[in-house]
Design a protein around this ligand. Structure first.
Ligand SMILES: Cc1cc2nc3c(=O)[nH]c(=O)nc-3n(C[C@H](O)[C@H](O)[C@H](O)COP(=O)(O)OP(=O)(O)OC[C@H]3O[C@@H](n4cnc5c(N)ncnc54)[C@H](O)[C@@H]3O)c2cc1C
Length: 380
């Protein structure tokens, strides 16, 4: 057993932390207020090699594994959970199916520009009537000569308003259901019939979320990702990675909320002494520290397993569930410890609390994670 990060990973953490503090932190307040992702970060991060860190060097990425990706997301999550969500989609769900199943032409046209930060990617699965139940999507893609005609609506799509393309799930043959009927397509934003409308939300405000409409959207047949009818399998393939990196975001967020609480308890004086001296407060801090430590190692173990090539959906779901609940517990306690000041709009602590609320819902709710885990416990 070895709990040490490699020298390369340690250097990556230092570099990303430094970058996030110097170049992202100054943008956060405005992004939150305007509810607008600072898009200039994409080319900048592409230039520095910080996008799609786990992808192969042959496409210009860092090949630093899921551990590298988690280090980056954890560090970005400390500065802004919203911004890290948007970057996570670029380095994960928005590009992963193209990496694993796309043609060489699709990789040249869509993947490499995403790694360089020249194109922004989004991923569209969720619909008004299909959230946890992804098989219930109603979007269709009907083949007509050398095109597919896509119709449907997607909601809550991260990067949906700013993206250059979106990887969309739609039924090519509804009668076959998920076993052969669902497919994935790359839809460029300037495709006639495609439109996106920004959605307002109370958390993750520095990432953009959008409702997408596809109205007789004709996409060339070469924009089908992988084989027709295999879309649901491809989605399942990318679940582990998405859940592990989602945990990294939660761990980063929990950490920054903890740091704020730890500073505050030493500064805030009541009854003639720092509030840390009250056991009711110091015990809260102790529990927060334990929670974060446990969540971090569960997450890095799942990332390590992933890098060994093992498909471990159970471990990915465990870390996603636990880390998101830890982030919420820690952010809630950080609010309590700060008292009234945390409730003021200018306090970063209320942002941590709001952002933590998303963790147990996005990328599969906690209830769904428990279904996945309980089905894989090897009952006798
Ligand atoms: C900010 C944000 C960003 C997002 N980004 C994207 C994106 O980029 N792309 C994308 O495709 N989607 C995205 N999503 C969608 C996200 O994945 C879904 O919100 C999530 O899967 C839950 O679906 P739902 O919101 O429709 O909730 P529902 O599925 O309607 O669930 C409602 C409640 O019922 C519970 N429930 C449902 N089924 C069961 C069951 N079988 N057993 C027990 N309980 C159950 C749920 O756990 C939940 O508590 C995003 C969502 C948000 C909020």
């Amino acid at each position: 057993m070895d709990f040490e990060f490699s020298e390369e990973h340690k250097m990556l953490r230092e570099a990303i932390r430094d970058f996030a503090e110097k170049e992202i932190a100054p943008l956060v307040d405005e992004a939150e207020a305007k509810e607008q992702f600072p898009v200039e970060l994409f080319p900048r991060m592409g230039e520095l090699g910080y996008l799609c860190l786990g992808y192969p060097t042959k496409y210009g990425a860092g090949e630093m594994g899921m551990i590298g990706e988690c280090i980056a997301i954890e560090e970005l999550g400390r500065v802004s959970a919203g911004i890290s969500s948007s970057l996570m989609v670029q380095s994960g769900l928005g590009t992963e199916a193209i990496l694993h199943r796309g043609t060489e032409e699709q990789k040249q046209k869509y993947l490499i520009p995403a790694i360089k930060g020249q194109k922004i990617a989004a991923f569209g699965l969720t619909e008004p009537n299909a959230g946890s139940d992804a098989a219930a999507i109603e979007s269709t893609a009907i083949k007509k000569s050398d095109e597919y005609i896509i119709n449907g609506n997607k909601i809550y799509i991260t990067n949906g308003y700013i993206c250059d393309y979106v990887v969309v799930a739609a039924y090519t043959d509804k009668s076959l259901g998920t076993r052969g009927g669902m497919s994935l397509f790359i839809v460029e934003r300037d495709t006639p019939g495609f439109s996106s409308k920004k959605m307002n939300k109370f958390c993750g405000r520095s990432a953009d979320s959008a409702e997408l409409t596809f109205e007789d959207c004709a996409v060339p047949a070469e924009n089908l990702v992988g084989e027709e009818g295999r879309g649901f399998y491809y989605l399942m393939e990318s679940l582990d990675a998405g859940r592990i990196s989602h945990s990294a975001r939660s761990v980063g967020l929990a950490h920054v909320a903890y740091d704020a609480a730890l500073d505050y308890v030493q500064q805030r004086v009541q009854f003639g002494q720092p509030i840390y001296n009250f056991q009711a407060i110091s015990f809260k801090i102790a529990r927060m520290a334990i929670d974060i430590e446990a969540a971090r190692w569960l997450m890095y173990r799942a990332a390590w397993l992933y890098d060994q090539g093992a498909r471990r959906l159970k471990e990915a779901s465990m870390t996603k569930l636990f880390a998101s609940e830890v982030a919420f517990r820690v952010a809630t306690e950080a609010m309590q410890i700060h008292g009234g000041v945390a409730l003021m709009a200018e306090s970063p602590v209320q942002r941590y609390f709001r952002d933590a609320r998303l963790g147990t819902i996005g990328e599969g709710t906690s209830e769904i994670q428990q279904i996945v885990i309980s089905r894989r416990l090897g009952l006798r």
